[in-house]
Structure formats: structure tokens, C-alpha cells
Write a new protein. Structure first.
Length: 243
């Protein structure tokens, strides 16, 4: 395979991976607390091309995806059990396979009066235990996550952070789990009652990027077709000379 076709094929593969990420971001544009995936490009060099800066054996690839943890827009819901984080940090919930972390604060009370999230997982308090509230009394949520009922503290929503959020791996749509790095109590945050954080994946931005990637894809397809046509003509010329 000639260098032009090889380079075009490498570019097509990386753009296909970009399309997969964009499609996932668009699908989760309305998922509360979702954090968009981005791509980090690098160059792949074949072992026999070691020491070369560029050349026919050096191809563009997506070295790794990374998660954009930037703040999503906060929208008011009026539900006193809905909470949103302004700033850094994560809520922690007790999932079926262990503790998971999320920015989605769409909480409600279970049949046992425990504070749970939309999937029914218990929300962990600052002490690591589930939070139980009274159904008969209104709830006030302080900026630090303290829950008040009748002026008395009924618990505190645990908010944690990580020194390096890049160590967090995604689970499902809006859950995270660290790779062996323990969380620490968050400091730079504010809990806002009656609000939820929207996804930071913008449909408008994704649409613009989608058009750009599709244009690049079309250009690379033309380059691959040109490489194939050049190879065909070269074979025909060799055959003509040989005859």
C-alpha cells in the first residue's frame, strides 16, 4: 500500500473514532450531570520507523479519550430535594458494585425515607452513611450540603473531590469510579437547592464539530481514492512497458 493511501486510511480511522465520541455526546446532551468526552490526538509510528519524526509509517491516531469536567449549566427545578454543585466536587452514591461518584443531584426519598438518586442508589452522607429524612417536614439545604428540618440538622450530603479527576473512569452515562485514588473532602463548591446541573455537551457545538469531521472524512476518502487510482495507473504502465 502506498504512503498516500496509508495516511488516508489512518486519518479515516481516527475520524471514525471521533464520530463515535460525538454521537455519544449528542445522545447524552440531556443527561443530567453528564460530562462530554473529548479526543487527544497523537502519532503512531511503526516499530521499523523508530527515530523518524514523520513519514509514511507515521499515522494520526486518537491516543486516548479524555473527559471534560467543565461546569454544566444549572437549571432551576423547584424540587427541594434536587441539588446541584457549583464548582468542583462530586456526590457519592452506594451503587450495586460499590461507591460511585456523580454530578447528577436529582434526588428523592425512597419508600424507606432514605435519600436516593434517580436510579434508587442511596446518597452517602459526609460520614459515609445513608441519609434518612422525615417526609412530614420541609427540607432546607445549606450551601455546604447540610440538611435542615425544623431548624435541626438531619444530615449532610457528602461532597468529595479528586486531586486528579483524569484518574476517574466512566460508568454508564454519568457515574465515575476512581482508579485506586481515594477521594478527599471537597472545598471549592456550593450546593444549590432546587436546581440540577445539565450536561456540558452542547448540541450546537457537537453539530459544528460533526460537520467539520464529516468534511475531513470526505477529503480523506478522496485521498484514498486518488491513491488507489494512482496505483492502478502505475500497474497499467508497468504492464504496457513489459509487453
Amino acid at each position: 500500500m502506498d504512503p498516500l493511501t496509508i495516511s488516508a486510511a489512518g486519518g479515516l480511522r481516527s475520524r471514525m473514532e471521533s464520530l463515535d465520541m460525538l454521537a455519544n455526546n449528542i445522545a447524552n446532551a440531556s443527561t443530567g450531570g453528564y460530562k462530554a468526552d473529548r479526543e487527544f490526538y497523537s502519532l503512531y509510528a511503526a516499530p521499523e520507523a523508530e527515530g523518524l519524526v514523520s513519514g509514511p509509517d507515521t499515522l494520526p491516531v486518537i491516543e486516548r479519550p479524555w473527559t471534560d469536567f467543565s461546569q454544566g449549566e444549572l437549571r432551576s427545578t423547584g424540587n427541594p430535594l434536587h441539588v446541584a454543585l457549583q464548582g468542583k466536587g462530586f456526590f457519592s452514591v452506594q451503587g450495586p458494585g460499590g461507591v460511585m461518584y456523580t454530578r447528577d443531584g436529582s434526588f428523592h426519598l425512597s419508600s424507606a425515607s432514605q435519600l436516593v438518586n434517580v436510579d434508587g442508589y442511596p446518597v452517602r452522607g459526609a460520614d459515609g452513611n445513608p441519609i434518612t429524612l422525615s417526609r412530614a417536614t420541609p427540607v432546607e439545604v445549606s450551601p455546604d450540603g447540610t440538611l435542615l428540618q425544623d431548624g435541626q440538622t438531619a444530615g449532610q450530603i457528602g461532597v468529595v473531590d479528586f486531586a486528579n479527576p483524569a484518574t476517574l473512569g466512566k460508568i454508564g452515562h454519568n457515574y465515575f469510579r476512581p482508579a485506586g485514588v481515594p477521594p478527599v473532602p471537597a472545598t471549592e463548591y456550593e450546593v444549590q437547592q432546587g436546581s440540577l446541573e445539565s450536561s456540558n455537551a452542547s448540541n450546537a457545538e457537537a453539530a459544528v464539530r460533526l460537520v467539520s469531521v464529516m468534511r475531513q472524512f470526505e477529503m480523506l476518502q478522496k485521498a484514498a481514492a486518488l491513491g488507489g487510482e494512482m496505483n492502478r495507473k502505475a500497474v497499467e504502465e508497468v504492464a504496457r512497458v513489459s509487453s
